[in-house]
Design a protein around this ligand. Structure first.
Ligand SMILES: [Mg+2]
Length: 149
C-alpha cells in the first residue's frame, strides 16, 4: 500500500531547529513546512485549513507562545492535531496543553523514533475523526432527503 505523506507544520522560533526538523521529516517521507511564530502558524492554517494534518508546536516562543497558539488552533481549526515541543522547564505547560486538546508532546532535542510514532498516532486520530464526521454528515443528509418525500 502506498503511504500518504503527512502534511506537517513545524512552528518554532529557533530557525536551526525548524530547518533540521523539516529536513528530517522530508527524509521520513512526510510533507513538512516550517514557520517561526504562532501568528505565521495561524496564517497558514487560515489559508490551508484542514489540509494541514499535524502542527508540531514549540511551547516557548516570543510573542504568542505555544499554549496561546494551541488555544487558537483548537478554537478555529479543531480537526488539526497538535504535538507540542517542550524544552527545559516547560513540561508543566505540556500537561496544560494536552488538557487543552494537544495530541501529545515531544521533548527537545527530539528523538526521531518517538517523533515518527507520535506523528503517526496524531494522523490516525485526525483520520478517524474526519471519518466519523463524514459518516454523521451522510446520516444527516439522508435524513433530510427522507423528509422531502
Ligand atoms: Mg522556543
Amino acid at each position: 500500500m502506498v503511504r500518504v505523506p503527512i502534511n506537517v507544520l513545524v512552528v518554532d522560533d529557533e530557525e536551526d531547529f525548524v530547518e533540521m526538523f523539516t529536513m528530517r521529516l522530508s527524509e521520513m517521507g512526510e510533507r513538512p513546512r516550517g514557520v517561526h511564530s504562532g501568528r505565521e502558524c495561524l496564517k497558514i492554517l487560515e489559508e490551508e485549513g484542514a489540509d494541514v494534518d499535524v502542527v508540531i508546536l514549540d511551547i516557548k516562543m516570543p510573542g504568542m507562545d505555544g499554549i496561546e497558539t494551541l488555544r487558537e488552533i483548537r478554537k478555529r481549526f479543531p480537526i488539526v492535531e497538535v504535538i507540542l515541543l517542550t524544552g527545559h522547564g516547560s513540561v508543566d505547560s505540556a500537561v496544560t496543553g494536552m488538557k487543552l486538546g494537544a495530541f501529545d508532546y515531544l521533548n527537545k532535542p527530539a528523538d526521531f523514533v518517538e517523533l515518527e510514532e507520535k506523528l503517526e498516532g496524531a494522523r490516525k486520530r485526525k483520520a478517524e475523526q474526519e471519518d466519523r464526521i463524514r459518516r454523521a454528515e451522510s446520516r444527516t443528509m439522508s435524513r433530510k432527503s427522507g423528509e422531502m418525500f
